[in-house]
Design a protein around this ligand. Structure first.
Ligand code: SF4
Ligand code: SF4
Length: 359
């Protein structure tokens, strides 16, 4: 049974983080040869969001793990939709605006290239429904990864923790499109100005002019997502219609692919500012429960299960479910996030059983 270590919110200071993460220090495991590249996977928050895990907390993790200064980097991938995380230049500037340039922090480097199309492919085992995952190219040179996740609600996944951070967080634009949608984008004709930019960028030649707009030929489209980003009118849209099981299955299988691409040293889930929505939201709703603390584990399924159990055991804040009730299911009954845990165990990503050890 995998251990999940727990640091209460009252002990979230330097010595507390040191105790929490002591078993996961690379140097103590004899795994750091001085040349290893270590990725610290974070989510610096969308513009307008304030509940993301702060730069100062990420710094405490790095210090407690004693990560080597010269080959460690903070990282994340670009997203499919508009905002300040769609391209690397936008995203780096946003991360800096959110404090991720403070002294003592390694550089923030976007993992999937300038616009989210630099990728590697990982073939999944035959027991997975997904055949090939499309992940950020930075993983080819990443020897170790530290996953720093914010555990909170999520519109499509029910909740988001380490599994979602692995599966969605390492995917390129095409990988995200595959998980989120029926893969093919569509053109909202009334927004199309017929500028023809999309025709020029579509390497598959899947876009063709029709009366007063263009349309995507689904028989030819590869789902790469390039046109979504390049359309100046925002006319090319994603079908956010993936039903719950398929979405969670694809996301969890992508999580498995990410663990096949790099060695994850430790998963860290912060159970603070637990809002109903993820850090991609501009104006998040108030927290559902009081802050709880931080968890660490080598198992992404066990740590998410433990996080869910702690949130559900917590006394809810006004207007939420009762203590002991599944708080995420209460607000989104159609999105049972426990599906991620069941699928994760089934495909060998980790185990739902765990031993909670408070430090
Ligand atoms: S890039 Fe956008 S606005 Fe231009 S033709 Fe394509 S869909 Fe229409
Ligand atoms: S998703 Fe890629 S292949 Fe499909 S229409 Fe857009 S640019 Fe072309």
């Amino acid at each position: 049974m995998n251990q999940v270590r727990f640091l209460s919110k009252e002990r979230m200071n330097d010595s507390g983080f040191g105790e929490l993460l002591a078993p996961y220090r690379l140097a103590d495991q004899g795994r750091d040869n001085g040349n290893d590249m270590t990725a610290v996977k974070i989510h610096p928050g969308e513009a307008g969001n304030s509940s993301y895990i702060s730069a100062s907390l990420v710094k405490k993790i790095i210090e407690a793990l004693d990560l080597p200064g010269n080959r460690t980097f903070l990282t994340d991938t670009t997203v499919l939709y508009g905002g300040r995380r769609m391209t690397a230049p936008d995203y780096v500037t946003l991360a800096y605006d959110h404090g991720f340039r403070m002294p003592g922090l390694p550089p923030f480097i976007v993992a999937d290239g300038l616009a989210g199309f630099d990728e590697i492919t990982i073939d999944l085992p035959s027991h997975c429904e997904t055949r090939t995952a499309r992940l950020a190219s930075a993983l080819t040179r990443t020897d170790n990864a530290v996953m720093v996740s914010h555990f909170k609600g999520h519109l499509l996944a029910g909740f988001g923790g380490s599994i979602k951070h692995l599966g969605m967080g390492w995917a390129t634009k095409a990988g995200k499109l595959y998980q989120h949608s029926s893969v093919m984008p569509y053109v909202k004709a009334e927004k199309c100005t017929m500028c023809n930019v999309c025709l020029q960028v579509c390497g598959a030649e899947a876009i063709e002019p029709v009366e007063n707009a263009v349309r995507i030929n689904e028989a030819v489209c590869t789902g790469c997502g390039e046109c979504i980003q390049r359309c100046p009118a925002g006319a090319i849209r994603i079908r956010w219609d993936q039903e719950a099981h398929t979405f969670m299955s694809r996301m969890t299988e992508y999580a498995l692919a990410a663990t096949m691409a790099t060695k994850v040293q430790v998963y860290v889930n912060f159970l603070i500012n637990i809002s109903p929505d993820c850090d991609c939201m501009k104006n998040e709703a108030p927290p559902m429960v009081e802050n709880i603390g931080v968890l660490a584990s080598s198992d992404p399924v066990a740590i998410d299960q433990a996080s869910l159990d702690l949130v559900n055991a917590a006394v809810p804040l006004a207007g939420n479910a009762s203590a002991g009730e599944d708080k995420f299911l209460h607000i989104r009954p159609e999105r049972d996030g426990r599906e991620q845990l069941r699928i994760g165990e089934k495909i060998g990503l980790g185990k739902r059983s765990y031993k909670l050890v408070e430090v």
